[in-house]
Design a binder for this molecule. Sequence first.
Ligand SMILES: [Zn+2]
Length: 390
Amino acid sequence: MAMTERLYHLDPYLKEFSARVVRKTGQGVVLDRTAFYPTGGGQPCDFGTLNGVDVTDVVEEGEEVVHVTTGAVDGEVRGVIDWDRRRDHMQQHHGQHMLSEAFVRVAEAQTGSFHLGAEGCTIDLDKEVAALDVERAETLANMVVCENRRVQVGYYGMEEAKGLPLRKPPPAVVGRLRIVTVDGFDCQACCGTHPRTTGEVGVIMVTGLERQKGATRVHFVCGFRALREARENARVLRALTGKLSAGRGEIEKALDRAQEDFADTRRRLVAAEKKLAEHLGKELAARGTVVVEAFEGKDLEYVRAVATQVAAVPGRVAILAGTGESSCLVLSRSQDLGTLDLRPIFKDAIQAIQGKGGGTPHFVQGGGPGKDVRAALKAAEDRIRANLGA
Ligand SMILES: [Zn+2]
């Protein structure tokens, strides 16, 4: 086992470097020195190339850094870091440090853990933090960005580190602790890559909050991600103001109005359908004793209304089905056909649509995912006609 020299710790701005392959592993190569940051300490790894071959993963194995590549790499190599990806990680990671410290100062909330994701980042705070305090912490962190304070990295022994204003107790490590400080603001043990000044982080933007009992998850993005977020928000807002013909300040009201209109229209539609169903029920009852019908695109509520109307006429049985979002079956009979129990008939017939349901001897209803309502109607009709001798 060799020890890989970590060039990214000496210079986090190093984008190209030369090195030598010292060992090949099953999935990649170990170099004598590297500027590729391996996944660790909450920061995702770098991508890039070694002699033009893509590096798709970088992992730490003991003292070594293993570069997973898409092809063979040997001998002397030229390494190139995907700088856009690295700069993005530096912006998110350093932004996290500042936001975590801001939450300590504003709300005495400590960061239990954090996650730098491919899309967004999160900080998990150890208490419930009010929305106003979240805004205050966001403002404070951005203030420190604007002041463009110096960021320094130093190495300390465990005893020395005890005298530092560390945000969290440092992890127990063998050897020296790597401490990242923001002048007069933050001090934290960390192995990640950080910028020289806070200004390089760019805007720190909180994008969401999740409050649970005794904890808060803060979603955030920094730098160019914040720019992309703001751009996307502006695009969506432009589309909404266009669709709703309302300015930004009126959007919420316009949407409330549109939803009320929709609910009102729906209520009127339901009332009209009910009237239609009643009318239809009367018409069907005039046909004869046993009324069998399937309604396409109609749901249980509609079919039930028709069935009720049919059975309101003495000496009638309604055997009705609907094929709305799912299939439904309704059996209903007049009160004067007192000996006919529809429940066992329904129980068998509903099998045709793999459905469930129930009711009283004179009214049963149910639905299922099956499509063959004709088979269900036929099964019920045969039994009912046999029963009535009709
Ligand atoms: Zn860190």
